[in-house]
Design a protein around this ligand. Structure first.
Ligand code: NAP
Length: 406
């Protein structure tokens, strides 16, 4: 495939997207093939509806996961990773974590090896999906979760191992810290460089999408030098890089009487536990949330539940050189091959991908058609069991119904 059909990235982060780009995809394990086929149909139809013959996507399959192991003997090859890097944008279905094969998780391995440091999860309500909230339509947030460090970096040692005992002795002898006997040990690194690049991408996103605020979510009242430092570095980078475009919440009240000046983004922070309350009680006050890994894991699933669950939640892992768009749920093995599950999470991730490429018309078309389909009562089993009077259809039929409405 000629390199002229590759997406490339400029130094300022903007993309050059040819009219017929090659985009690598990973079908995924379990329900992956079902939701991928549904997604591919919807993306292709939407691009066609928006641009006719002027633009199209040339899909390039990467053999990763169980299919990769069967075809190549490897679950995740360096060649696949290099291909994603070379093509800048990729999309993937869910992958099973092979037990005892040297991976903590293939998904985590992809994020870490490609340095996809921002996990971006938009959360928006799709009517009439049942939600535990009285006003789920007030939720319109995007979580930027740091992907490469914090407790999720995986630096930990099992209780009773030589390594754990060595760390415990070091802490006791050299640092004067007492740890309970035979404790398991985990390390929580949070760095200035990784915090600042995450918060930078969150503020840039808010600017590009004309969003009113970026909230730094942290637990800095207790963990001052990790979570607290995340908060400080977040404010620092907002001032250093976006001083003209941002104001802090205290400046908003001290200098502007609580009225946001035109074109400014408010940078605020919330302690993690308080933010969990506030997104339930006053969701309209929050827009972009930037946070370390573990907080981000919790808040993004909690917010997805507030709008009706993970089945509809899209996501992307984005770094400086490339981005990988993916469903946020797993492989749901009991439904594999049954053409039954809800493909919305991967379809909406595809819509995010088109928006990232600058093909906004095709992206918006998908969101609208999916919303129209669900609103007309055509849904997969998971929603049919919750919406009275809805018509249950198969995964492929749901995709066809969306395609008809594009
Ligand atoms: P899961 O695959 O997300 O499935 C859990 C349950 O969620 C399903 O049984 C189903 O619930 C519901 N569900 C998931 N996807 C759905 C969809 N598209 N439509 C409708 N319902 C859906 O979680 P898991 O069983 O814990 O994990 C299975 C495997 O996936 C593991 O190997 C795990 O490592 C992997 N995983 C991969 C990723 C990823 O690739 N990013 C993420 C998470 C997990 P009901 O049975 O109630 O209908």
């Amino acid at each position: 495939m000629s390199p002229k059909n590759r997406i490339t990235k400029n130094n300022d982060g903007t993309l050059n997207v040819p009219d017929h780009p090659v985009i690598p995809y990973i079908e995924g394990d379990g329900i992956g093939p079902d939701i991928w086929n549904a997604t591919r149909l919807v993306i292709d139809q939407s691009v066609k509806a928006s641009f006719g013959r002027e633009k199209s996507i040339q899909w390039l399959e990467l053999y990763v996961g169980e299919k990769g192991f069967l075809k190549t003997g490897e679950y995740l090859s360096d060649k696949s990773l290099q291909t994603i890097q070379d093509h800048v944008v990729a999309i993937k279905g869910p992958l099973t974590t092979p037990v005892g094969k040297g991976f903590r998780s293939l998904n985590v391995a992809i994020r870490q090896k490609l340095d996809l440091y921002a996990c971006v999860r938009p959360v928006r309500y799709i009517e009439p999906v049942p939600s535990p909230m009285k006003h789920p339509e007030k939720i319109n947030m995007v979580v930027f979760r740091e992907n490469t460090e914090d407790l999720y970096a995986g630096i930990e040692w099992q209780s009773g191992t030589d390594e754990a005992e060595k760390v415990i002795s070091f802490l006791k002898d050299k640092m004067g810290v007492t740890i309970p006997e035979h404790a398991g040990i985990g390390i929580k690194p949070i760095s200035e460089k990784n915090t600042k690049r995450l918060v930078t991408s969150a503020i840039q996103y808010a600017m590009e999408h004309h969003l009113p605020s970026v909230t730094l979510m942290h637990k800095g009242n207790i963990m001052k030098f990790t979570e607290g430092a995340f908060n400080l570095w977040g404010y620092e980078v907002a001032k250093e890089k976006f001083g003209e475009k941002t104001i802090t919440e205290s400046e908003l009240y001290d200098q502007y009487h609580g009225k946001v000046p035109m074109g400014k983004i408010v940078i605020k922070d919330r302690i993690a536990d308080m933010l969990f309350q506030q997104v339930l009680l006053r969701p309209e006050e929050f827009s972009v949330i930037a946070t370390p890994n573990l907080n981000g894991d919790y808040i993004s699933d909690a917010l997805a539940a507030q709008v009706g669950g993970l089945g509809m939640a899209p996501g992307a892992n984005i770094g400086d050189t490339c981005a990988c768009f993916e469903a946020t749920h797993g492989t749901a093995p009991k439904y594999a091959g049954l053409d039954k599950v809800n493909p919305s999470s991967l379809i909406l991730s595809g819509a995010m991908m088109l928006e990232y490429m600058g093909w906004e018309d095709a992206s918006e078309r998908i969101r609208k058609a999916l919303q129209d389909t669900v609103r007309s009562g055509i849904v997969t089993y998971d929603l049919a069991r919750q919406i009275i009077g809805a018509k249950e259809v198969k995964c492929s039929e749901f995709a066809a119904a969306i395609a008809e409405r594009l």
